[in-house]
Design a protein around this ligand. Structure first.
Ligand code: NDP
Ligand code: PYC
Length: 348
C-alpha cells in the first residue's frame, strides 16, 4: 500500500541523479564502502522516484542507525560461489543483499541463458528495501524473474497467537512486448511494516483486519501493532491462511534453502538501533526463449490486453511507471525539510 507525501506546501523537486549522489554520500559518510554506497543509493533513490515511499528516503534513518549499531557490515565484500550449472550461492558476509546480488548478476543471467533457468541463493544478508528493483532488470534482459526475501518476526501465522513470519515480499517480473516489463511486488502481510510506521507517524488508522495488539486483539491502531502487536498475513480474516501459506513458502525458500535465518531466528537485541533483518534472499531467473522463442513477451501482452478487456483498471507496476515518468521529467517531489535533512546528513 503506497501512501503519497501529503505535504504539498514546501515540496522540492530533486533530479534523480542529484538524489542518488546525495544518498551515496550519506551512506559512505555513515559507514559503507563507496561500492556499497553506490548500490544502496541507486536502490533507495529509485524507490523514491517510483513512489515506493515505504522504502525510499524514509528508510535512511533506519539504515544509519543500523550501521551505527554495528549490526551490519557496510564494507562487506560478498563471496560468490558457482555451485552447479544452474545454481549460484552468495555469502553476503553480513552485508547488504543488493551488493551481493550485483556481484552475481552477470553470472546469473549467463547461467539462465545457458541452462534455461538459474537460481541465486543469497545468505548472511540484510534486505531493507523494495524488492521490485531485484526483478525488473532481469525482465529488461529478457528473462522471467521471481524474488523472495524474508524479514523480521512481525506477522502472526494464520490462526496463531504470536508473531513468527516476516512481512516476506514476493516480486515477479516478465518481459512484455512493446512495454515496460510486467512487475508485481507485494508483502505477504496485510501491509508492509514500513507503511505501518508511516501510518503511525501520520496518525492514521489502518483498515480492519490488518493487525492485532500485544494481547492478540484486533486493532486498527498502527502504534499498537508496532508496540508489541503484530500484522496479519494478507487475505483478510477469512482468507489469511492464503497469505500465511505464501509467507511460509518465503521463509523456506529465502532462508532455509539459502542458508539464511528465519525471520524469528536472529537476535539483534545486542545491537540497539538495528533495523535491518539478517536473513536471506532467493532469486530465480528463467529464459522464456528456451520454450517459446521470442513469443513469450507477445503472449504476455496478449494476457494484459485480455485483462484490460475483462475490466481490470490497472496493472501492478503501472502506478510506479507513471510516477517514474513524472519524476524523471519534473524531479522527485520531496518535502523541503526532508531534502534539507538529507543534505545535512550528506555533509556530516
Ligand atoms: P502494495 O500493496 O502497495 O502493492 C503490491 C503490488 O500490487 C504492487 O505491484 C502494486 O503495483 C500492485 N497494486 C496495488 N494496487 C493495485 C491495484 N489497484 N490494481 C493492480 N495492482 C495493484 O505493496 P506492499 O505494501 O505489499 O509492499 C510495499 C513494498 O514493501 C514492496 O516494494 C515490498 O517489496 C516492500 N517490502 C520489503 C520487505 C523487505 O523485507 N525488504 C518486507 C515487506 C515489504 P504498483 O507498485 O504499481 O502500485
Ligand atoms: O516494510 O515490511 C517492511 C520491511 C521489512 C524489512 C524491510 N521492509
Amino acid at each position: 500500500m503506497t501512501v503519497p507525501h501529503t505535504a504539498e506546501a514546501g515540496v522540492q523537486h530533486i533530479p534523480f541523479d542529484t538524489l542518488q549522489a546525495t544518498l551515496a554520500r550519506i551512506f559512505e559518510r555513515h559507514g559503507t564502502s563507496a561500492e556499497v554506497a553506490a548500490v544502496l543509493a541507486r536502490n533507495c533513490a529509485s524507490a523514491e522516484r517510483d513512489g515506493s515511499h515505504s522504502h525510499g528516503v524514509f528508510r535512511i534513518p533506519g539504515y544509519l542507525s543500523t550501521l551505527a549499531s554495528g549490526w551490519v557490515d557496510g564494507h562487506a565484500i560478498p563471496r560468490v560461489q558457482d555451485v552447479a550449472p544452474g545454481y549460484l550461492a552468495v555469502d553476503a558476509c553480513n552485508g547488504f543483499a543488493q551488493p551481493a546480488y550485483m556481484a552475481a548478476y552477470d553470472a546469473l543471467v549467463a547461467k539462465a541463458r545457458a541452462n534455461g533457468i538459474a537460481l541465486l541463493a543469497i545468505h548472511n544478508s540484510h534486505h531493507f528495501a523494495a524488492l521490485w528493483p531485484d526483478v525488473e532488470p532481469l525482465a529488461r534482459d529478457g528473462l522471467v524473474a521471481l524474488a523472495l526475501v524474508n524479514s523480521m518476526a512481525c506477522v502472526v501465522p494464520s490462526g496463531g497467537t504470536r508473531a513468527l513470519f516476516g512481512t516476506n515480499p514476493i516480486a515477479f517480473a516478465a518481459p512484455r512486448a512493446g512495454h515496460d516489463p510486467l512487475v508485481f511486488d507485494l508483502a505477504t502481510s496485510a501491509m508492509a511494516h514500513g507503511d505501518v510506521q508511516i501510518a503511525a507517524r501520520e496518525g492514521r488508522l489502518l483498515p480492519e483486519g490488518f493487525g492485532v495488539n500485544r494481547h492478540g486483539q484486533p486493532t486498527q491502531d498502527p502504534r499498537a501493532i508496532l508496540d508489541g502487536g503484530a500484522l496479519l498475513p494478507f487475505g483478510g480474516v477469512h482468507s489469511s491462511y492464503k497469505g500465511s501459506a505464501l509467507s511460509m513458502m518465503v521463509e523456506l525458500l529465502a532462508a532455509a534453502l539459502t542458508g539464511g535465518h528465519f525471520s524469528f531466528e536472529f537476535d539483534w537485541s545486542g545491537h540497539p538501533g538495528a533495523q535491518t533483518p539478517h536473513t536471506g534472499e532467493l532469486i530465480i531467473a528463467i529464459d522464456p526463449a528456451k520454450n517459446c522463442g521470442r513469443g513469450f513477451a507477445q503472449r504476455c501482452e496478449e494476457l494484459v490486453q485480455a485483462m484490460a478487456g475483462a475490466g481490470q483498471a490497472r496493472l501492478p507496476g503501472e502506478r510506479r511507471y507513471r510516477q517514474r515518468a513524472l519524476a524523471l521529467r519534473g524531479g522527485i517531489a520531496l518535502p523541503a525539510d526532508t531534502w534539507c535533512e538529507l543534505q545535512r546528513l550528506a555533509d556530516m
